[in-house]
Design a protein around this ligand. Structure first.
Ligand code: ARG
Length: 470
């Protein structure tokens, strides 16, 4: 069959009215179809159509019998789609028309009444809003699992002190749970952002029809309620064109991707021999086909790498929707692939992140053996001088001199002699040693939200009651 062969054309498509004088070109059919990627909207499309048919009966636009026939047949179509026995046709363009045509094939004129008072423009938006709502809820649950994995580490790692970094240079000591709580906080903000965004996603556009609404006496509140929406998209022309809800959800997903990627990078570094802070569970590592000794952190690398796809999706959606005049434009069909990809990617990452976090082990001996390197107690010592009345800038300069001296002698600050300290400040005495060494230093960070073990335990308790692990 040649590309322009019209013998088996798609003139049967419900959207081609009597106004056409030719069937659609096959190439156009292939170019414009979305069934290959919007088929996953079928549960939402059927739920929306069932609610619409029921509302039409409540409004006496359909008879109760017509509505019941439609609902029963749509349920049957759903069972076929669930079972994979429903034949999806490219010539029917998208999921909406595939389902509608199957309904018409089964019910004839009764089936032809379903599309009363609606258009594919409000239909596709309703389907997507329902789909996004479900995706948000799944991702929220995945983030909670990840938070719980980090929280479960807080107990087992309570005694471990880690160096914390700025510029990837050793900076100050923290207890390990302080790190884990930092991630719990980040993922909580991700969840809060999604919850806020969900409010704007969870609005019903069904019944706004093509763009101006409808002359028929529909009841939009009725369908919205049946579909569990919290409210209505108010303006029909806005409803037809609005994809903000995809943009902001995708932004939320991108932020999750960035958080996951930063964590993955950190643990990739930590799992190197150079750091040697963590061992990853071997079920979550892969090997090399040539180097027998390799146990690679591919899951973390792919988590870092896959975040690019999510951020790429956001970029695609922003560029896609920029400069579109009101109201619906077919460009909007292109929103689905990047959006689905963003959701699938984040769900995939979360699926492996939670068990990986729970299964990793901190290498305490290795960490401890180098913990006194890098002058992690320098800030504590400086603040000790500040407490004794030395102006901050002066104390900062003075400790810098001590660090220089200790570096020259390849010793730690706590290994310097009292007279070394006194050569910088003659008023110093033995009490200076009480703040030196990493264990003393970490305990001294007592301000709200900081890393002293007792402070961190308070934060752990707060998160325990908030996340309420079973
Ligand atoms: N497949 C279309 C989409 O995803 C459905 C809406 C089509 N509307 C239209 N006026 N052609 O956007």
């Amino acid at each position: 069959m040649s590309d322009s062969d019209q013998t088996n054309n798609s003139s049967a498509s419900p959207s081609r009215s009597g106004a056409f004088d030719a069937a659609v070109d096959r190439r156009v059919e292939r170019f414009t179809e979305s069934i290959s990627f919007d088929q996953r909207l079928y549960p939402q499309d059927i739920a929306g159509s069932i609610a619409h048919a029921q509302m039409l009966a409540d409004q006496n636009i359909l008879t109760a019998d017509e509505s019941q026939q439609i609902v029963a047949t749509l349920s049957e179509i759903k069972s076929q789609l669930d079972a994979g026995t429903f034949e999806l046709k490219t010539e029917l363009e998208d999921i909406h028309m595939n389902i509608e045509q199957a309904l018409i094939d089964e019910l004839g004129d009764v089936g032809r009444k379903l599309h009363t008072g609606r258009s594919r423009n409000d239909q596709v938006s309703t389907d997507m809003r329902l789909w996004v709502r479900g995706a948000i809820d799944r991702i929220d649950a995945g983030l909670e699992q990840l938070q719980l994995s980090f929280l479960s580490r807080c107990e087992q790692d309570a005694e471990v002190i880690l160096p914390a970094y700025t510029h990837l240079q050793r900076a100050q000591p923290v207890v390990a749970p302080h790190y884990w709580l930092a991630y719990i906080e980040k993922f909580q903000r991700d969840r809060d952002r999604l919850a806020d965004c969900r409010k704007r996603v969870n609005l019903c556009s069904l019944g706004t029809a093509a763009l101006a609404g409808t002359t028929l006496d529909i009841d939009r509140e009725n369908t919205a309620k049946r579909l569990g929406f919290e409210g209505l998209v108010e303006n029909s022309i806005d409803s037809s064109s609005d994809r903000d809800y995809l943009l902001e959800t995708c932004f939320c997903l991108s932020t999750i991707g960035i958080h996951l990627s930063g964590w993955a990078e950190e643990w990739i570094l930590w799992s190197t021999i150079e750091f040697d802070f963590i061992s990853l569970p071997h079920e979550f590592c892969t090997g090399s086909s040539i180097m027998p000794q390799k146990i690679n952190p591919d899951v973390l690398e792919l988590t870092r790498g896959k975040s690019a796809r999510v951020i790429g999706s956001l970029q695609t959606l922003l560029v896609l929707t920029k400069g579109l005049p009101l109201a619906y434009n077919r460009d909007l069909q292109e929103d689905k692939r990047p959006f689905f990809e963003a959701v699938d990617t984040i769900e995939g990452c979360l699926d492996v992140a939670a068990p990986l976090v729970a299964g990793a082990k901190l290498k305490r001996e290795s960490i401890d053996s180098r913990l006194e390197k890098g002058f992690l107690d320098a800030t504590t010592l400086m603040e000790f001088l500040i407490k004794r009345g030395t102006p901050q800038r002066k104390a900062h300069h003075l400790i810098g001199g001590l660090v220089k001296l200790a570096t020259e002698r390849t010793v730690t600050l706590s290994q310097l002699e009292l007279q070394d300290f006194q050569s910088f400040d003659s008023s110093l005495d033995d009490s200076i040693y009480s703040v030196l060494g990493v264990t003393n230093a970490v305990a001294a960070f007592q301000s709200y939200g900081s890393t002293a073990p007792n402070r961190v335990q308070m934060q752990v308790q707060r998160w325990k009651s908030r996340l309420n692990p079973v």
